[in-house]
Design a binder for this molecule. Structure first.
Ligand code: ADP
Ligand code: LRH
Length: 502
């Protein structure tokens, strides 16, 4: 009998988790249902070291190992494991096989000004046309260019660059790979020719030899090393390269009926997009700030990064530190009671990327745009959630201009859908239904790619059907159409004025 359970690690910017996925057969012996069990969850807290912000990589690796150990301690026997994480970040491996330095966090300030400098060096239009990516300041290309410009000795000793999921796999299996979906987040990958952009690397002084040829999601990496097995007291389960960019794993688990569909992966970031078979590289795509990211099962995802619940997380962090700790659920309750349609921010204003003091950044934005800063927590949370909902509508409408499709509603997945107010406000702002679920989409997509590689399911479509049979979808219907249409017009006006100033 085939072993039908797999272990998925989903590392998000705010927390990491390990889940077991077990396929329960139906009466015909086919995959009937996917049962998921969380076995480990851990916070992901970055560390400021001197002038730079880093990931606590050794701690993350140890938590992944703990997840493997706990799986077996809890009586599970997964056949394989997969890892998905946030995009763009990497570690450098020296010629002796050791990690050189500590991986930078994508919110580290070293990339300030790098988009402008890099575009000046190589040309903005060309960079977009070749990479298909919007100019997010943290893309790998800008991190590496910052290191080149600061003469980082790390680049001299680096033998191989491994993106975060691949870096974790390396320390578990001893094998170095570069997984495709992560490779496309670097902005150093040519999406049309499907190869590394060697010319661009040469022009920027980034050494090509650090980059391995990408492998597709579903590629077997290899078994855990004997050292790891001895340390954990577990068998040598197999590491599989899934769609190791968390956004792409989440897309695999969207329970969509119709094609084309629009989705919103809602966690620390909000990734709003739709699935395509090839990248869209027109000038309009660049101007409307969309990206084409490589996905699983030979797809490209046309999507927009929206700053997302990060803004709320940072307010919460600040309030917690001030000793006024409130859970997300409590904050949402306060927001429900706060007055509607009073004040909005542009969530994608770069001042919100990593201001340190998020409530002060919101207050400053309100001052500059002639609005009154909300007086209490409930008002601030309401402002963030309404602003996100209005931004989602703006981005959906832009996406419709780009693709020529009209989307009948929006699929929302990820931790953020536990915020039912946000789901309802999103449906209201869009004037269309929101289908929310599943929460653990990235981990589930991670499992589905493993199950395909292990021969338990035969296709992507079978995976989607499995998701639909296994997880409830909560439907939100739009309310207060007139008030929201008026709010949207007012928001657009505010954005027109404020964006032209910044
Ligand atoms: P990531 O993977 O990027 O770390 P998640 O998908 O785990 O993010 O989503 C985290 C977000 O989910 C938090 O920022 C928070 O806003 C939201 N969230 C988590 N739990 C709840 C809850 N109980 N109620 C409302 N929102 C929640
Ligand atoms: C979301 C995400 C997003 C990237 C960002 C760095 O977790 O992977 O797709 O742009 O992190």
């Amino acid at each position: 009998k085939q072993n039908s359970s797999v272990l998925a690690f989903d590392l998000g910017a705010s927390s990491g988790r390990a889940l077991i996925g077990k396929v329960i057969p139906d009466e015909n012996g086919r995959a009937g249902r996917l049962e998921i069990t969380e076995i480990h969850r851990f916070p992901n807290i970055p560390v400021q070291m001197g002038n730079h912000l880093h990931w606590n990589f050794t701690s993350l690796l140890q938590d992944v190992k703990s997840g493997i150990r706990k799986a077996f301690q809890n009586g599970f026997h997964p056949q394989s494991y997969g890892i998905d994480t946030w995009g763009v970040d990497f570690g450098l491996i020296d010629r002796n096989g050791a990690l050189a330095g500590t991986p930078f966090h994508y919110r580290d300030r070293q990339t300030e000004g790098m988009v402008e400098q890099t575009c000046e060096q190589v040309g903005k239009e060309r960079l977009f046309a070749e990479s298909g990516l919007e100019f997010m300041p943290f893309n790998t290309i800008y991190q590496l260019n910052a290191m080149v410009k600061s003469n980082s000795p790390l680049l001299e000793i680096a033998d191989t660059l491994l993106l975060t999921p691949d870096l974790l796999h390396y320390f578990l299996t001893g094998r170095k790979v570069c997984e495709f979906t992560m490779a496309t987040t670097t902005q150093l990958y040519q999406v049309q020719d499907r190869e590394w952009n060697v010319k661009l690397m040469e022009e920027l002084g980034i050494r090509k030899s650090m980059f391995l040829d990408p492998v597709n999601p579903g590629t077997v990496i290899g078994p855990l090393t004997s050292e790891v097995c001895i340390e954990l007291d577990t068998p040598a389960i197999t590491g599989i390269a899934v769609a190791s960019h968390d956004t792409e794993s989440a897309v695999v688990a969207v329970p969509a009926d119709a094609e084309p569909f629009a989705y919103l992966v809602c966690g620390t970031w909000s990734l709003l997009g739709t699935e395509l078979t090839a990248p869209l590289l027109s000038r309009e795509v660049m101007e409307l700030e969309f990206s084409n990211e490589g996905g699983a099962y030979d797809t490209f995802q046309l999507l927009k990064n929206i700053m997302g619940l990060w803004i709320l997380q940072e307010c919460k962090r600040q309030w917690d530190a001030e000793g006024e700790s409130c859970s997300f659920a409590e904050l949402v309750k306060l927001a429900e009671q706060a007055p509607a349609y009073t004040v909005w921010i542009d969530p994608d204003d770069l001042r919100f990327m990593n201001p340190g003091n998020m409530t002060a950044a919101i207050a400053e934005y309100c001052r500059q745009t002639g609005q009154c800063m909300p007086e209490d927590k409930g008002g601030i949370v309401r402002c963030i959630l309404e602003s996100l909902a209005l931004r989602y509508r703006e981005v959906v409408e832009r996406m419709e201009r780009l693709t020529g499709h009209t989307y009948s509603g929006l699929h929302m997945v990820g931790g953020g859908i536990q915020n039912r107010l946000l789901c309802q406000l999103t449906s209201n702002a869009l004037g269309r239904p929101v289908w929310a679920g599943p929460v653990e989409a990235s981990a589930i997509g991670n499992m589905l790619v493993q199950l395909t590689a292990n021969g338990i399911i035969s296709s992507r479509a079978e995976g989607v059907e499995l998701v639909k049979r296994s997880f409830p979808i909560h439907v939100y219907q739009p309310e207060d159409a007139d008030a929201w249409n008026a709010a949207y017009d007012k928001y657009r006006e505010l954005m027109m004025v404020t964006r032209s100033k910044t």
